[in-house]
Write a protein that binds this ligand. Structure first.
Ligand SMILES: NC(=O)c1ccc[n+]([C@@H]2O[C@H](COP(=O)([O-])OP(=O)(O)OC[C@H]3O[C@@H](n4cnc5c(N)ncnc54)[C@H](O)[C@@H]3O)[C@@H](O)[C@H]2O)c1
Length: 285
């Protein structure tokens, strides 16, 4: 199973980041989204990110050109037919992902590996909807993808060993450091990280400290590069809420209940950086 061409479904925060690192690593990438506008935004983000790398001297101009030339953007799923691996990085919703995964399977070859970048949905449950679940697994990248070195490779009950091995090698080829974990709600990192963020919302809601003080506390007292509330804004409050709801439901333990303030912010559309405001207001900056 040699991976040469990558398909990415979803050109949002994660999709364009995954497309960027694969293109820089020399892979051909086909990036799919539902609208031209979403694709244009994805390509613009990817291009701006590459420009920053050039400005910092981490990438030369020729490599930037080559990376951009490696990416094809399309609304047509049939363009994925050439992909050896397709990573689904669309909106976090179970039914939508099941539909997208079947759509991917209907256009790719029988050898193609399909992965989901879901933060919280069961890889076993998503795989059960496919004709070839042995070639399906979770490939969980972290935000921002070009900067974060971890990839969690999640094996569902159906995932084949050869599939996991090929994706492990591909992650190394991207310059990432993979860990392989069994399917379980929240996998490893989010099971620890998102309840910590949720606890920060409880502290904020209880008026124990201000948002700045909570974040300073964890930056200065626990050496976190970013405080939990700033991190929530980066991840997306909707994504955090959805992870908490999955942990509560699938682990059946109320200790994971989402903080009502987090739910309230999501209801208000205060989703974090991508919306211009979350816990913090980014419109002033
Ligand atoms: N944001 C994070 O920090 C983070 C981290 C790890 C994993 N994830 C996971 O990655 C996935 C994507 O998250 P995101 O933050 O990039 O979301 P996003 O909202 O930025 O982007 C999602 C993209 O999917 C597209 N989309 C929706 N339906 C589609 C369809 N039918 N076909 C093709 N594209 C479609 C949307 O138009 C949008 O461009 C989610 O499953 C999320 O849980 C997110």
């Amino acid at each position: 199973m040699k991976i040469e061409t990558l398909g990415v479904v979803g050109a949002g925060t994660m999709g364009n980041g995954i497309a960027q690192v694969a293109a820089v690593a020399g892979f051909k990438v086909v990036m799919i989204d539902v609208t031209e506008t979403a694709l244009e935004k994805g390509i613009a983000t990817l291009t701006a990110s590459l420009e920053r790398l050039v400005a910092k001297g981490k990438l030369d101009v020729a490599a930037r050109h080559a990376a951009v030339a490696n990416v094809e953007a399309s609304t047509d799923y049939s363009r994925l037919a050439v992909a050896d691996l397709v990573i689904e990085a669309a909106t976090e919703a179970s039914e939508l992902k099941l539909r997208i995964l079947s759509q991917i399977e209907s256009v790719v070859s029988d050898d193609t590996i399909i992965a989901s970048n879901t933060s919280s949905i069961s890889i076993t449950a998503l795989g059960a909807g496919l004709n070839h679940p042995a070639r399906f697994l979770g490939m969980h990248f972290f935000n921002p993808v070009p900067l974060m070195s971890l990839v969690e490779i999640i094996c569902g009950l159906h995932t084949g060993e050869e599939t996991a091995r090929a994706v492990h090698q591909f992650s190394l080829d991207l310059g990432k450091s993979p860990i392989t974990v069994r399917n379980s709600p929240g996998f490893v990192v989010n099971r620890i990280l998102v309840p910590m963020i949720n606890e920060a919302f409880f502290l904020l809601a209880e008026g124990v400290a201000t948002a700045d003080e909570i974040d300073s506390g964890m930056r200065l007292g626990a050496s976190h590069p970013l405080g939990p509330l700033g991190l929530a804004d980066l991840i997306g409050l909707d994504v955090c809420l959805s992870v908490m709801d999955v942990l509560t439901r699938d682990l059946g333990d109320q200790k994971y209940r989402a903080c009502p303030l987090l739910r309230e912010y999501v209801a208000a559309g205060w989703l974090g950086r991508k919306a211009g405001r979350g816990v913090f207001d980014y419109r002033k900056q």
